[in-house]
Design a protein. Structure first.
Length: 247
């Protein structure tokens, strides 16, 4: 039975991704963010469970990426779609205005569909990950869960940070288009990023990981949801610094 435990945890990630998808489509983005975060939690612990139980399998690897495609690939694309739609209408609606005009069903805006570039880039990144044997202790390109947290932080900042400058920036279509392009690039860039996998508790062997966790916690406590984009930026920059130091 124990060989099925990690796969069951992965399926919980699939379930969270499905629920998050429903709420993202309904433009209940804060609830979608909760289920994405819960899915990422299961995504972390399915791998941990597989290592502890020593039951790694090819099935588990494929299932994990399929789960990530939903939770960390499809949902961020839908969220960016919704944000781009809001940038066109300057408001937070239920989405009906997007397809209905003067009582008739028709496509009103095309720009929001650009958000699904994130989903496409996520799918490509996950497919590459499955056939790459060099991404065990580090990642090549931004992991999809980290990218999902970056995108999902935007509606949370809108809802809870209460900052006019940030609100205006996030609802600017050109900022969202640029972020979509940057997101797609980082997912598939030839950048070596450290993984939060501890082989031991030694500070010397895990200095960057410990520093990253401590700084991330400080940022979250002091800056709330605004901390998430800064943490992702710090993750990329610190990984690049570490890569140069060890060359």
């Amino acid at each position: 039975m124990k060989k099925h435990i990690p796969n069951f945890i992965t399926l919980l990630n699939v379930f969270c991704g499905c629920v998050a998808t429903v709420f993202a489509v309904l433009n209940k983005l804060e609830i979608a963010a909760i289920f994405v975060a819960l899915g990422i939690f299961f995504d972390f612990f399915d791998g941990l469970a597989a290592r502890v139980l020593d039951v790694k399998s090819e099935l588990g690897l494929q299932l994990d990426s399929l789960a990530d495609m939903i939770t960390s690939g499809l949902v961020p694309g839908i969220v960016m779609f919704q944000l781009l739609a809001m940038s066109q209408t300057s408001g937070w609606g239920d989405g009906s205005h997007f397809f209905i005009e003067s009582g008739e069903l028709k496509l009103v805006h095309l720009i929001p569909f650009f958000g699904f570039v994130i989903t496409m880039a996520s799918g490509y990144r996950l497919a590459k990950f499955n056939i790459d044997e060099n991404q065990t202790s580090s990642f090549i390109g931004l992991p999809t869960p980290a990218n999902a947290l970056l995108i999902l932080s935007l509606p949370l900042i809108l809802l809870y940070q209460n900052n006019d400058f940030l609100n205006t920036l996030i609802l600017n279509q050109w900022f969202l288009i640029l972020l979509t392009v940057v997101s797609a690039y980082l997912l598939n860039a030839n950048l070596s990023l450290f993984a939060l996998k501890f082989k031991n508790t030694s500070f010397k062997d895990n200095a960057m990981r410990y520093i990253f966790i401590i700084i991330s916690l400080v940022l979250i406590v002091t800056m709330k949801f605004m901390a998430i984009p800064l943490i992702i930026l710090f993750y990329v920059v610190s990984s690049m610094i570490q890569e140069r130091l060890y060359k």
